[in-house]
Write a protein that binds this ligand. Structure first.
Ligand SMILES: C[S@@+](CC[C@H](N)C(=O)[O-])C[C@H]1O[C@@H](n2cnc3c(N)ncnc32)[C@H](O)[C@@H]1O
Length: 328
């Protein structure tokens, strides 16, 4: 690594924060109809003109906007991912990530004390921010093609009941139901999340094929005799002991030959790579106290529970996580 690469990493937070602020202020929405100068953008966003102009110029330097004379326009990337009217909008998850900013400022404290900054799933987090988080999972599943890759990889032919544990938006279940016409899905999550799940599910035409259960996977029973369980993007928020308990509980809810599919960042044996997983592991220690796991740790929980035919699929680009599949 040369000197400039090092400096780029050290100062990388500036670019992240500039995008977070631009999304929070609606800068990209201000430029959807026609190019505007900094006065026009400041008027739309209710911001001060001189600082808005500096922000717009910085966004040009980052190739997110273009500037002609004094008029600013969105780039194609912005129109695809950062404008609310786009089907591939990523703004919800950016808003949620932006909310973790103060916690990142206290990383040194977390590393020193071993404690996360924000125990998750507290009242404080519910409300509009919570909807952003859950919608953010939906953004990722659709925009990064995680849901499309899932329907390509997870073969549910012949299966009729799917249980989606901690389903969040429920996107993977909807897409699997659309692909497998005999499949019905049971969506399980906390009551606050389920409010958002129900809203998102209404955007799909799956009448009569979805059941919603409000529950806590640490305390409440799961339905039994299900053919397949999804445990997607969950294990990173829990300790190894809690994951082992959860995998056991899932084993008991499955019918014979039932399938468990785990999706998450899967680390190498040394827990250093892939980089996305390694950095996400740090984020989880900071935010939830969880971390990412390697294949042998996950295989251990699954084989202890009784699963066999264990296999890892992926990561398949552009998705950065992988699937681990086991059969009861
Ligand atoms: C990172 S999101 C993943 C959502 C979804 N599986 C996906 O991949 O899109 C984590 C989810 O876990 C849910 N959750 C957290 N703790 C839970 C618990 N104890 N019981 C049930 N759901 C829980 C949250 O409400 C949230 O929807």
């Amino acid at each position: 690594m040369d000197f400039n690469d090092l400096i780029r990493i050290i100062d990388g937070f500036r670019e992240s924060r500039i995008i977070h602020s631009a999304v929070e202020l609606g800068v990209f929405e201000s430029l959807t109809k026609k190019p505007l100068d900094s006065n026009g953008v400041a008027g739309f966003c209710h911001t001060a003109r001189p600082t808005t102009e500096t922000l717009l110029n910085a966004l040009v330097s980052m190739n997110l906007l273009t500037k002609s004379e004094s008029l600013f326009s969105n780039s194609d990337t912005v129109n695809e991912y950062l404008v609310r009217s786009s089907n591939s909008y990523m703004g919800d998850i950016i808003r949620f990530t932006g909310r973790t900013w103060d916690s990142w400022g206290k990383l040194t404290d977390t590393i020193t004390t071993g404690r996360p900054q924000e125990p998750p799933y507290t009242e404080k987090q519910y409300g509009e921010e919570w909807e952003s988080f859950i919608r953010g999972m939906h953004n990722f599943a659709i925009s990064r093609k995680d849901a499309k890759i899932t329907t390509d990889v997870v073969d549910l032919s012949g299966k009729t009941i799917l249980l989606d544990v901690a389903c969040g938006p429920g996107t993977y279940s909807y897409e699997l139901c659309l692909k497998n016409t005999n499949l019905n899905a049971i969506l399980f999550d906390l009551p606050e999340t389920m409010k958002v799940t129900k809203k998102i599910s209404s955007e799909y035409e799956l009448d009569g094929r979805l059941e919603f259960i409000e529950g806590n996977y640490k305390k409440d029973d799961f339905p039994v005799d299900v053919d397949c369980v999804l445990l997607f993007n969950i294990i990173h928020q829990e300790s190894s002991e809690d994951n082992e308990t959860l995998v056991n509980k899932i084993y008991n809810s499955l019918s014979k030959n039932g399938m468990l599919v785990i999706k998450d960042h899967i680390l190498n044996d040394e827990k250093t790579l892939p980089k996305d997983g390694s950095l996400f592991s740090m984020q989880m220690k900071l935010i939830t106290g969880g971390r990412c796991y390697n294949e042998s740790e996950i295989y251990q929980w699954m084989s202890n529970a009784g699963f066999s035919e264990l296999q890892t699929v992926g990561p398949i680009s552009p998705m950065t996580s992988a699937f681990i599949i086991g059969i009861k």
